[in-house]
Ligand binder design. Structure first.
Ligand code: SF4
Length: 389
């Protein structure tokens, strides 16, 4: 970023660091990306396959629903098949499943202590988690608030959600347990944002952000980015999960795009593509789509501009690590501010991908093999790709 963002964005909220497996959530640790499997946990094959797909997309923590005994019983096998994965068991009410998850070597429990039942059961789970250094996420959900709170507040409010969180936090603190992470999720963006803001003033536990049941891939992405974007922009949030009614790999991709947009994490390309307009003279949607798809696996951070004409194209393409400014069946390829190749429209994708490969290899080797800038046309400037009337 070229300007001082400190003037515009508040500093990150200071949350106590909590270890989850080899990762840290809170403190100065990067915002962690997590998601949840959507397979039937009892189907070990499919669940393991989905965990691997999510991790390939960059998912750092994977949560698994443990709705019944059979799901709890397969956790050791999933653990064995995914020894390096950071796994969270999502459990409601059943303290025995929590103990089975701890036995299986799970890295984090998502369970609300107030819902476990008798004090002795709570104590048993919390003591075991403490012994194994397994943190607990308290997950308050506006859709399942305690009845007494709904009676008190009439409907889910930020205050009701915070009161619920504090109730569960107190249970853990009374048992001397502080490796706690909190989430306060609602499907309503304003309710979610208000609840996190309110609790942020009262505790220093790290926050897991999410807009729950956000919606379909399109609407849920918008809602998630607005809600979590607001909070992250205020410095609130230590780990995020995007909830979409689609493949969890998409949730992970959206999470990274959000963090990249806020410059909180970097991973792979940031694709800058012009929206196109009446000046466009190449099939930019196709070119941008193919480039985005072909570079999705790349982890090296880079900016990649795909621009449709010579009006804004060269400027954006020069600013990016790599870019193309297209026009009249041609494309000028740029690398790190230099125009390096002029190619035909049908060669734009392959030429840009070649340059991406070279750039990534250079970054890995710590060298720079960028070709020299094309010689300027007579007159001292690169010949424009299109002549503006
Ligand atoms: S770069 Fe050119 S084609 Fe793309 S939106 Fe801007 S003016 Fe239109």
């Amino acid at each position: 970023m070229n300007f001082s963002d400190k003037e515009f964005f508040p500093p990150r909220r200071k949350a106590r660091p909590v270890k989850v497996g080899r990762l840290t959530i809170g403190g100065d640790a990067p915002i962690v990306v997590q998601s949840m499997t959507k397979t039937d946990t009892r189907d070990v094959e499919k669940t393991v396959e989905q965990i691997q797909q999510m991790e390939a997309a960059g998912c750092e923590i994977v949560r698994l629903a443990v709705p019944d005994l059979e799901a709890a019983q397969v956790l050791p096998e999933i653990r064995k098949r995914c020894p390096e994965s950071i796994l969270v068991s999502d459990i409601h009410f059943q303290y025995k499943f929590a103990l089975m998850a701890l036995d299986a070597g799970i890295d984090k429990l998502r369970i609300n202590p107030g819902n476990i039942g008798e004090a002795e059961k709570v104590r048993t789970v919390v003591r075991r988690a403490q012994e194994q250094k397994v943190p607990i996420r308290i997950g308050v959900n506006a859709g399942s608030l305690e009845r007494r709170l709904l009676e008190k507040y009439g409907y889910p409010t930020p205050e009701a959600m915070v009161e619920s969180a504090l109730y569960h936090i107190c249970i853990l603190e009374d048992l001397g347990f502080t490796d706690t992470i909190i989430s306060l999720k609602a499907s309503n963006v304003k309710l979610t944002v208000a609840a996190y803001r309110l609790l942020a003033k009262q505790v220093d536990y790290p926050f897991h952000l999410g807009i729950t049941e956000a919606g379909t891939q399109f609407s849920g992405t918008v809602k998630s980015c607005v809600g979590m974007g607001l909070l992250l922009g205020e410095g609130i949030g230590d780990t995020i999960r995007v909830s979409l009614a689609t493949d969890p790999v998409e949730e992970v991709r959206v999470a990274y795009e959000m963090l990249k947009a806020l410059e909180l994490r970097s991973r792979g390309p940031v694709v800058i593509a012009c929206p196109t307009c009446g000046r466009l003279e190449v099939d930019l949607f196709k070119i941008a789509g193919e480039i985005e798809q072909a570079t999705a696996h790349i982890k090296t951070p880079l900016t990649l501009a795909v621009m449709g004409c010579a009006v804004n194209g060269p400027g954006e393409a020069r600013e990016a690590d790599l870019g193309v400014a297209a026009g009249r069946g041609n494309g000028m390829i740029y690398r790190e501010g230099k125009a390096i190749r002029r190619v035909k429209e049908e060669e734009i994708v392959s030429a840009l991908l070649e340059e991406v490969e070279r750039f990534v290899a250079d970054r890995a080797a710590g060298v720079n093999t960028a070709p020299k800038e094309l010689a300027p046309e007579p007159g001292g400037r690169q010949k424009p790709l299109v002549t503006l009337q």
